[in-house]
Design a protein around this ligand. Structure first.
Ligand SMILES: Cc1ncc(COP(=O)(O)O)c(C=O)c1O
Length: 406
C-alpha cells in the first residue's frame, strides 16, 4: 500500500512538472563542470546554480587545509561534541567565527554546527519553549519553518518584510519571550531583510531576532562579515546563524549570540547534542577559508561578484523590456542570487530545458519552494564566473525567451 501511495504521488508531481531530479557532478564544484544526467553520457556544462559565491570550494588552499586537518585530527570526530568529538580545530574556529561578529553582537560567543539546517532546528527548538512566541517571515527558509514547527512555542507568520504587520503582531502579543525569525537574504529572491527596521521593532517590543545569514555571510558587509555588518548594526538582541558551505566554500554552520544563549544551546539543543561532531578537518578548513574571505582575496572576489551582478541584472531586465514580457520580471538584487520570474511552472521548465540544450545549467524553481504562480529561474553567480560566462547565459536566455513568445 505504501509503495502504491508513493507511486501515485510521484506521478502527480511528474504531471505537474514538479518532479525533482539529481545530476551527478563528475568534477569539482566550479562554474564549468562535467555532469552525468539520468545515467547518460557525461556532459560539460556551465552552471549558474551553486552557492559557492566566492568560488572557494575548489581553492587549492582549502583543499590543502582539508588534508592538513585530516592529518592532524583524523578523518572523523568519533563522537558528539559533549562526549569526545569536540576538537581543538572546532574550539579555535568557534573563536574566529565569534570574532567576525564581535562588532555586531558585542561580547558574543559562537557554536559550530554540522549544517545550517541543523543549526536552525537546534536554535528554534532550544529557544522556542512553551513560554516563547516566534514571529516568522512568510518566505523564511525551510529549515527555519521546520525548526519553528518542532518548537513548543506558538508561531505567528507575517507577510514577507511587512514591518507594519509584524509591529501589530508584536504589540498584541502578551508572551514574555518574543523572538523574530528571519532570513537575512531570502534564498529564492535574493532580497535583503530590513534588518535596521527589525532591530527597531525588537527594541520597541523587547524582542530578540534570530537571523539566518546563510547567503549574506562571506558576501555582504565589510570583509564579508555579513548582513548585520552591511547595515552597520550592533545589538545583543541578534542571534545570528551563518553557514560555512556557501560563500566559505567548505561545510557546516555557526550560531553567534550572547554567551548565555550559547551556554543554553550546549545544554539543550538536541540537534547539537545528539549528533556526531563534524570532522575536525572541516573546522580546520573553515578557519583557513575565513582568513581568505576576510582578507584582500575576499575583497577582490566580492568586487568581481558585484560587477558581474550589475551586468547580469542589466541584461535580464533588458530581455524582459525588449520582449515586452509583462508577466515576467527580473528584480534587482544586491546579492549573488538573481531570480528571473516567469510565473508558470511549464515556462520555467521550458526555459531551463532550452538553456540545458546549450550546455547551460540554471535550475527552474517551482512551488512549493516558491509561492504558486512565481516559478522562476534562480540564477546564482560565483566570483569564478567571467563576464563572458554572463554574456553567454544572457544571449541564450534571450533567444529562449523570444522562442516562447505567442
Ligand atoms: C537561508 C538558508 N538557511 C539555511 C540553509 C541550510 O544550510 P546548510 O546547507 O548548511 O544546511 C540554507 C541552505 O540552502 C539556506 O538557504
Amino acid at each position: 500500500m505504501l509503495i502504491e501511495h508513493l507511486t501515485r504521488q510521484l506521478h502527480e508531481r511528474e504531471a505537474q512538472f514538479l518532479r525533482r531530479r539529481r545530476r551527478v557532478a563528475e568534477t569539482a564544484c566550479a562554474p564549468q563542470q562535467r555532469l552525468t544526467i539520468d545515467g547518460g553520457r557525461p556532459r560539460e556544462m556551465l552552471g549558474f546554480c551553486s552557492n559557492d559565491y566566492l568560488g572557494l570550494a575548489n581553492h587549492p588552499e582549502l583543499i590543502a587545509a582539508m588534508g592538513e586537518g585530516a592529518a592532524l585530527y583524523g578523518a572523523g570526530s568519533g563522537a558528539s561534541h559533549l562526549v569526545s568529538g569536540h576538537s581543538r580545530a572546532h574550539a579555535d574556529v568557534e573563536q574566529a567565527l565569534a570574532a567576525t561578529q564581535s562588532a555586531t553582537i558585542p561580547g558574543c560567543e559562537a557554536l559550530f554546527f554540522c549544517t545550517g539546517f541543523m543549526a536552525n532546528m537546534a536554535l528554534l527548538t532550544a529557544l522556542g519553549d512553551a513560554k516563547a512566541m516566534l514571529f516568522s517571515d512568510k518566505l523564511n527558509h525551510a529549515s527555519l519553518i521546520d525548526g519553528s514547527r518542532l518548537a513548543k512555542a506558538k508561531v505567528l507568520t507575517y507577510p514577507h518584510k511587512r514591518m507594519d504587520l509584524l509591529d501589530a503582531l508584536l504589540e498584541s502579543s502578551d508572551s514574555p519571550i518574543k523572538i523574530i525569525v528571519t532570513d537575512a537574504v531570502f534564498s529564492m529572491d535574493g532580497d535583503i531583510a530590513p534588518m535596521d527596521k527589525l532591530l527597531a521593532l525588537a527594541d520597541k517590543h523587547d524582542a530578540y531576532i534570530v537571523v539566518d545569514d546563510a547567503h549574506g555571510f562571506g558576501v555582504l558587509g565589510p570583509q564579508g562579515r555579513g548582513t548585520l555588518a552591511h547595515f552597520g548594526l550592533s545589538s545583543q538582541r541578534f542571534i545570528l546563524m551563518g553557514t560555512l558551505g556557501k560563500a566559505l566554500g567548505v561545510a557546516g554552520a555557526f550560531v553567534a549570540a550572547h554567551p548565555t544563549v550559547i551556554a543554553w544551546l550546549v545544554q539543550s539543543a538536541r540537534a547539537y547534542i545528539y549528533t556526531t561532531a563534524a570532522p575536525p578537518a572541516v573546522a580546520h578548513a573553515v578557519g583557513v577559508s575565513l582568513k581568505l574571505v576576510m582578507g584582500e582575496e575576499g575583497d577582490r572576489r566580492r568586487a568581481h561578484l558585484a560587477t558581474l551582478g550589475r551586468s547580469l541584472h542589466e541584461s535580464l531586465a533588458g530581455i524582459v523590456e525588449a520582449l515586452a514580457l509583462t508577466e515576467w520580471s527580473a528584480p534587482d538584487s544586491q546579492t549573488p542570487i538573481h531570480p528571473f520570474i516567469v510565473g508558470d511552472n511549464k515556462n520555467a521548465l521550458s526555459l531551463a530545458a532550452q538553456l540545458d540544450t546549450q550546455g547551460l545549467w540554471v535550475p527552474a524553481i517551482r512551488p512549493p519552494t516558491v509561492p504558486a504562480g512565481t516559478a522562476r529561474l534562480r540564477i546564482t553567480l560565483s566570483a569564478s564566473h567571467t563576464e563572458a560566462d554572463v554574456w553567454r547565459l544572457c544571449s541564450v536566455l534571450a533567444d529562449a525567451a523570444e522562442s516562447m513568445l505567442p
